[in-house]
Design a protein around this ligand. Structure first.
Ligand code: FAD
Ligand code: NAD
Length: 475
């Protein structure tokens, strides 16, 4: 007799494993199928995020930031260390150990919540049956009352500079390099290009980033992008804008990269080339032709606002559906899908998803940019506060950047918050909550913030919106 579950989730990344746990918390029987295999040949739950994305990149960003600060800041505090050196092997062992602990933790979470973790390939068949091909053993057809597709995404492979796993590499390879490449090229000044470019630049690589767009960080508020561009330049990241890559050719020792910019055809030679030009939804062999699932023209699974596919009882969440490719967006969609399956009311507020770049300084925002508000035609006011005027930031020796708030002139509603500076990724949480509750600027102004704290910069930026900043001259 075939096994049956109330909910079968295909994909064990942050969208899928969270959906399975939430379903089980509703008292539903739930299974989560995942086929991820790490470079050591071992299977692991957690998907891209835990194995080859968010977590390992943040581990390396932390190690290299500490190294950088030890070299450049310790002296200012009076700390004498002599020469500081980085042992890349130890750094990489720490990264791998954090990944192992967190991915291993999912097995514990599954056990505690009574989720059946199934290692192997899952494929949706017609009639909500799921074909499960285990790593070892026989193919099994599982009956599901509900199915959640959470198959994630994979890096875009540029035909003009195809991955070879050695010299022309994707973000996963770039996270696991065992030696510092003297010259590192990156195609794409997006989130991955800037985070991984920062990691290897701090360790001594001469990093050149080629970005096709003329505007730096085109998705961010212009004031924030301007500060960030200046800081990255100071850090030695050579970001070439308007650079259209024509070809990347791997030779025996190096990679030749040909590109064109406003001055014509250019060539650079690097030891490794990371191609980070975005990711595409991964739906290979995920569903049978007659399963009823529809893909859009970009390959994403078509879903409505509640992540329902065209097939009743089948949902899709995370990177394989429209919207930003972010772990927290996928997890919240997983929660919503499980809640809807359990018969509860649930919804996602897609307008208030935080974006964070874990560079130095960090960059974080939520809501609309000033350009977006301007284009909407709604009258608005803005205020900003520089970390230079923050006592806590000074004590931390991290005074670059600012908080900027955009609010409506008509009813004082906060429309967007943009931060570049220390701990921006943590500070943005207050702004997300404010926007979630449709808070006014005055709400933030009258909220008591601890002193001295970086969060005071958010408070002062809110005051600055009405030209009432207390610790910085109002413009
Ligand atoms: P995934 O994490 O891709 O998981 C999908 C899983 O499904 C995989 O394990 C895959 O093997 C499995 N699978 C697919 N098809 C099948 C099948 N048919 N059968 C069985 N298993 C299947 N986001 C952030 O929010 N913050 C960050 O700091 C951040 N940093 C990142 C850094 C890097 C270098 C990268 C590459 C990404 C980063 N992201 C970050 C993005 C984040 O990793 C993704 O948005 C997130 O992992 C998407 O989750 P998901 O569950 O939809 O898909
Ligand atoms: P991205 O979309 O952030 O950036 C890709 C960049 O490459 C863009 O600036 C684009 O203009 C540029 N580009 C595209 N084609 C090009 C070409 N031919 N030549 C030169 N430049 C080109 O994509 P990514 O950096 O690959 O990241 C993929 C996804 O992973 C993103 O959606 C991101 O949300 C997610 N991610 C998130 C985090 C985070 O939240 N901190 C970190 C890493 C990755």
């Amino acid at each position: 007799m075939s096994r049956s579950f109330d909910v079968v989730v295909i994909g064990g990344g942050p969208a899928g494993y969270i959906a399975a746990i939430r379903a089980a918390q509703h008292g539903l029987t739930a299974a989560c199928i995942d086929e991820w295999k790490n470079r050591d040949g071992k299977n692991a739950f957690g998907g891209t995020c835990l194995n080859a994305g968010c977590i390992p990149s943040k581990a390396l960003l932390e190690s290299t930031e500490l190294y950088h600060r030890a070299q450049h800041e310790f002296k200012k505090h009076g700390i004498q260390t002599g020469d500081v050196a980085m042992d890349v092997t130890t750094m990489q062992k720490r990264r791998a150990s954090i990944v192992r602990q967190l991915t291993g933790g999912i097995a514990g979470l599954f056990k505690a919540n009574k989720v059946e973790g199934l290692v192997g390939h899952g494929k949706l068949l017609a009639g909500k049956k799921v074909e499960f091909t285990p790593v070892s053993g026989d193919v099994e057809i599982i009956d599901a009352k509900h199915v959640v597709l959470a198959s994630g995404s994979s890096p875009i492979n540029l035909g003009i500079a195809p991955f070879d796993g050695d010299k022309i590499i994707d973000s996963w390879d770039a996270l696991e390099l065992e030696a510092v490449p003297p010259r590192l090229g990156v195609v794409g000044a997006g989130v991955i290009g800037l985070e991984l470019g920062s990691v290897w630049a701090r360790l001594g690589s001469k990093v050149t980033i080629l970005e096709a767009m003329d505007d730096f960080l085109f998705m961010a508020d212009r004031d924030v992008a301007k500060v960030a561009a200046q800081d990255f330049k100071k850090q030695g990241l050579d970001i070439k804008l308007g650079a259209k890559v024509a070809k990347g050719t791997a030779g025996k020792k190096s990679v030749k990269v040909e590109y064109a910019d406003k001055d014509g055809a250019q060539t650079i030679e690097v030891d490794k080339l990371i191609v980070a030009v975005g990711r595409r939804p991964h739906t290979d062999n995920l569903f049978a032709d007659d399963a009823g699932i529809q893909l859009d023209e970009r390959g994403f699974i078509v879903v409505d606002d509640e992540c329902r596919t065209r097939v009743k009882g089948v949902y899709a969440v995370g990177d394989c559906v429209r919207g930003p490719m972010l772990a927290h967006k996928g997890s919240e969609e997983g929660v919503m899908a499980a809640d809807l399956i359990a018969g509860e009311i649930a919804e996602m507020n897609y307008d208030v998803i935080p974006s964070v770049l874990y560079t130095s300084p960090e960059i974080a925002w939520t809501g609309k940019t000033e350009a977006e508000v301007k284009a909407s035609g709604r009258p608005y006011k803005t205020g900003s506060f520089p970390f230079m005027a923050s006592g806590r930031a000074k004590a931390m020796e991290q005074t670059s950047g600012m908080v900027k708030i955009i609010s409506s002139k008509d009813d004082d509603e906060i429309l967007g918050v943009h931060i570049v500076g220390p701990m921006a990724g943590e500070l943005i949480a207050e702004a997300v909550l404010a926007l979630e509750f449709s808070a006014s600027t005055e709400d933030l102004q009258r909220t008591i913030h601890a002193h001295p704290s970086l969060a005071e910069a958010v408070h002062e930026a809110a005051l600055a919106v009405d030209k009432r900043a207390l610790n910085f001259p109002n413009k």
